[in-house]
Design a protein around this ligand. Structure first.
Ligand code: AMP
Ligand code: MG
Length: 330
């Protein structure tokens, strides 16, 4: 299989990163931090994950550049010293070979600009920081982009239940996909890998849709109108992070809407690359709100696109026409 070494390394790195997240969440996220809206736990996890994954990628593929969300500037200030030590403390628990002196430079190896040439990795160390802080859904998202096209994606979802309808079912899985090879999921509890497919629902009435918990990230009022036009009867499934792509890829939702809330916001490639290929390889479609393919070849952002619409494929054209109707009427 093409990219088999890349896939193995990426899955192992994401697994280590997930174990750091679980440790941080269980020891640092408390009722007190939640009440105080104290973001420090997610900051430790964010930097720690980026250090671990960049270190593992650099070790295996020293020539591959990385486009990652964070940089070490905040850790390098006087006030950042304690935070930096905490990042090292947690990161070295899952990756003993990591040296304290290399933490900042390793994090900063994610500063590549992206673009249409060669290949590069893109990483969102913790996607869905708000979900992480609420003790809900978040994801570690890693993808490989080659000549502007996403060719591999790995999505670690430590809090995602096996079955969304059974919130108490065992949690934690890793989705992965390689271009042309399909998509699969592996649960943390049994380690068994299963292929996944999108739903085969062919009428929107029966199509549950998912969207952000945060109405600032995707317009809930527009999605409500779209659901009304389509005759969708189920309530929206609101989940933070790229877990939405995972839920779509494994057939629990048939539509994912990310509807612009302001003219100026430009989506970031690390927020979509992994989820995009996982849904496509599971048989779905992912475009922007006008139906154009997402363009990962233009740098760190999706500057050629607005919003995101993902579906099980069969429903796509119908959904895009309802989205167009609502967005054009504003
Ligand atoms: P979600 O968990 O789906 O709500 O998405 C989380 C991601 O939304 C974060 O990683 C941010 O990069 C991104 N984000 C921040 N502001 C906006 C915005 N105004 N519109 C869309 N996405 C945003
Ligand atoms: Mg993100």
């Amino acid at each position: 299989m093409k990219y088999s070494l890349e896939l193995t390394i990426a899955i192992e790195a994401v697994k280590k990163a997930c174990s750091l997240c679980v440790r941080v969440q269980s020891s640092l996220v408390s009722d007190e931090t939640m009440i105080k809206k104290d973001k420090s736990p997610v900051t430790v996890a964010d930097f720690g994950v980026q250090a671990i994954i960049c270190h593992e990628l650099k070790k295996a593929f020293p020539n591959d550049p990385i486009v990652a969300e964070e940089d070490s500037a905040d850790l390098q200030t006087k006030e950042g010293k304690a935070l930096s030590q905490k990042v090292y403390e947690y990161a070295s628990k899952v990756l003993a070979e990591l040296e304290e002196e290399e933490i900042h430079s390793t994090i900063d190896s994610g500063d590549y600009d992206g673009g249409p040439e060669g290949r590069f990795w893109t990483l969102d160390p913790i996607d869905g920081t708000k979900g992480f802080l609420r003790g809900q859904q978040y994801a570690v998202a890693l993808a490989l982009v080659e000549r502007g096209e996403v060719v591999l994606g790995v999505l670690g979802c430590p809090n995602l239940p096996r079955d969304l309808e059974e919130p108490k079912s065992n949690k934690g899985c890793i989705f992965s996909a390689v271009k042309g090879e399909g998509a699969s999921v592996k649960f943390f509890d049994d380690g068994i890998e299963n292929e996944i497919r999108v739903s085969d629902i062919d009428h929107p009435t029966h199509a549950p849709f998912c969207e952000s918990v945060e109405s600032g990230h995707s317009s809930h009022s527009d999605s409500e109108q779209i659901a009304h036009i389509l005759g969708v009867t189920a309530d929206p499934i609101r989940i933070d992070s790229q877990c939405k792509y995972g839920v779509l890829a494994r057939g629990e939702a048939s539509i994912y809407l990310r509807l612009p809330t302001n003219e100026d916001y430009v989506e970031k490639i690390w927020d979509h690359a992994a989820g995009y290929i996982i849904v496509k390889e599971a048989g779905g479609r992912v475009t922007d709100v006008t139906g154009n393919d997402l363009d990962f070849s233009v740098g760190r952002t999706l500057s050629n696109n607005k919003g995101v619409v993902g579906t099980n494929g069969g429903l796509h054209d119908l959904i895009i026409s309802a989205v167009t109707e609502v967005l054009n009427s504003k």
